[in-house]
Design a protein around this ligand. Structure first.
Ligand code: G1P
Length: 284
């Protein structure tokens, strides 16, 4: 069955970026000149996704506005003949009905956010994309869908052993392939309890049965309803796979990762590379 829908949980408070995120969604923070959420939506569209479901919360209306017309701005740019700039403000528009928004009324965890979108998914697998996890090349979701047959699939990568307690960590049998079978997963384990240093990155292709599990999922790590716990409880009933990401991933939920992403993406741009490189040489 084709994967045609993606859920973007964007209800989080973004406390790690205060005061910048006091009145602006953290997903609107730009990497060079494009907000994080647009990178996520573009990655989904490149993967063949046709319906983009945002799980929002209070104070996130800037995201809805970003994926809509801005008539005043568009008329102004048109009148001035700035066609390229105008095109850049319209490239995120899709056919009406492609974007849907549901509210998560309380920040109760990633699992709870996904569950809030349950009425918008029918009897079909779906993707989940966390915009904070920016993956270079924007082809991870496409590769995962290409390799997906059934069950659940999560993107994974090796992390420093000292950092396992910041991630969902998986246990696998055989590390030889790009796609591996997962036997166990634990959300944010201590270093001593971590079954490996293979962490879940924010890309998932999920069987819709996960909604039934999430319906009665107990609160787990950080007293939140965890998606990892719901996927983990299905292991043994339906297959669970890990897809090892191939490109560099930036944790844009952290200040350092966000700055690294901005420098890396800017260095990759023809209009910025040379001036930025020269300036970096002078300050390092
Ligand atoms: C979430 C997931 C975690 C995953 C991480 C990837 O955690 O719960 O399993 O490893 O995203 O970024 P969060 O970063 O939202 O605490």
């Amino acid at each position: 069955m084709k994967v045609k829908k993606a859920i973007f949980p964007v209800g989080g408070l973004g406390t790690r970026f205060l005061p910048a995120t006091k009145s602006m969604p953290k997903e609107m923070l730009p990497i060079v000149d494009k907000p994080l959420i647009q990178y996520a939506v573009e990655e989904a569209a490149d993967a063949g996704i046709e319906q983009f479901i945002f799980v929002t919360s209070r104070g996130k209306s800037a995201i809805e506005n970003h994926f809509d017309h801005s008539f005043e701005l568009e008329n102004n740019l048109l009148a001035k003949g700035k066609r390229d700039t105008l095109a850049s403000t319209q490239e995120m528009l899709k056919i009406p009905g492609s974007y849907a928004y549901v509210r998560q009324q309380e920040p109760a965890g990633l699992g709870h956010a996904i569950w809030c979108a349950r009425h918008l998914i029918q009897n079909e697998p779906f993707a989940v994309i966390l915009a904070d996890d920016l993956i270079f090349g924007q082809s991870t979701t496409k590769e995962m869908i290409k390799n997906y047959n059934s069950g659940n699939m999560v993107a994974i990568m090796e992390v420093d052993k000292q950092k396992v307690s910041s991630y969902g960590i998986v246990q696998i049998d055989n590390n030889d392939n790009d796609i591996v079978k997962i036997n166990q997963m634990i959300e944010k384990p201590s270093i001593d309890n971590a079954p490996s240093n293979l962490a879940i990155v924010g890309r998932y292709i999920l069987d819709n049965k996960v909604f039934d599990i999430l319906e009665s999922q107990e609160r787990g790590s950080s007293q939140e309803i965890q998606l990892t716990d719901a996927i983990s409880s299905q292991i043994g009933e339906i297959p669970c796979f890990g897809y090892k990401i191939k490109d560099e991933r930036f944790d844009c939920g952290s200040k350092l990762g966000f700055l690294q992403a901005n420098v890396s993406y800017a260095l990759n741009r023809n209009d910025l590379n040379s001036d930025l490189t020269n300036w970096l040489k002078t300050i390092i």
